[in-house]
Design a protein around this ligand. Structure first.
Ligand code: PLP
Length: 287
């Protein structure tokens, strides 16, 4: 396995960063998770736009333009002979001193890792997930909102710990007002009376690329799909619930906090959306 680090491809065992890198010391950096499906990098442009917006928001200067970064990603995929898998792009503030001052970090660190990873086993797409709601709250302050896909993922880590302790693969995060925001690394949709609803970004949800693709797929199939706030109650009484994310793709949820959702099986509309999503993953993107 070859990893892009400090301007070159290095072997996995040699891919090491300095303990003075502010990504490590302070979580000072941003990242993207991207999928490649049979040679097609799904919605790469959208991921890179989100990355550059995250960088702009935290005043981090990425030392490559979008075209250069695209070439680096393609070259890393080719060097690993990867047809389908997962790409992790990480940009940190770079090496500085022990103080927090980011302006002492002269060069951002750019890292590209590619792996043949899929998050959930195929049978879970057939059966659906049981999940719980977490007590950890989503911060929704203005700049460091989930819109900035930063390396500060402690909320999400705590949510994942709560999921692990409950013996389930994922947990839901509410914001401080009690509105449902998202999972530890995925967005949520509920379906009620054939309408698809997902929380708006301002509630404390990352505007996921998969989420946006699903909104488009749903509308192209003639469903009403919209953003709106909702609470746990609305999740419990939904006809169908599913999660979306680069790693999770589209996956049904059949139980939340012990409440059976709908029929207790992945619903008809969820399956229709999953099928529609799988039809575009090899088409929409960069070859
Ligand atoms: N929410 C969070 C907190 C995430 O980390 C992710 C994963 O990137 C998502 C949602 C899903 O976003 P996307 O579909 O862009 O992967």
């Amino acid at each position: 396995q070859l990893i892009f680090l400090a301007g070159q491809l290095v072997k996995k065992q040699d891919a090491k960063i300095s303990v003075y890198d502010h990504g490590f010391l302070y979580g000072d950096g941003i990242f993207e998770g991207i999928r490649v499906y049979n040679g097609n990098i799904f919605r790469l442009e959208e991921h890179l736009i989100r990355l550059y917006e995250s960088a702009q928001s935290i005043m981090l200067s990425i030392p490559y333009n979008i075209d250069e970064l695209t070439t680096i990603i393609i070259d890393t995929i080719k060097a690993n002979e990867l047809q389908s898998g997962y790409i992790r792009l990480v940009i940190t503030r770079g090496i500085g001193d022990l103080g927090i001052d980011p302006f002492k970090c002269k060069n951002a660190s750019v890292i590209v890792i590619v792996e043949p990873l899929a998050l959930f086993p195929e049978e879970l797409y057939q059966t659906g997930l049981k999940i719980v709601s977490a007590s950890t709250r989503r911060n929704r302050s203005d700049v460091l909102s989930p819109k900035t896909k930063s390396l500060n993922y402690l909320n999400n880590v705590l949510v994942k710990i709560e999921a692990n302790l409950a013996g389930v693969p994922e947990a839901l995060m509410m914001n401080t007002d009690g509105y449902v925001a998202e999972g530890s690394a995925d967005n949520i949709f509920i379906i009620k009376n054939k309408e698809l609803i997902t929380p708006p970004g301002y509630i404390g949800a990352l505007e996921g690329i998969t989420r946006n693709a699903v909104l488009e797929v749903a509308r192209s199939k003639g469903y009403v799909a919209r953003e709106d706030v909702f609470t746990r109650h609305d999740v419990y009484v939904a006809d169908e619930v599913f999660l979306t994310g680069t790693a999770a793709e589209v996956i049904a949820v059949i139980e939340v906090d012990g409440r059976i959702i709908g029929s207790g099986k992945p619903g008809e509309i969820t399956n229709d959306i999953l099928q529609g999503f799988r039809e575009i993953v090899e088409l929409d993107g960069v070859k």
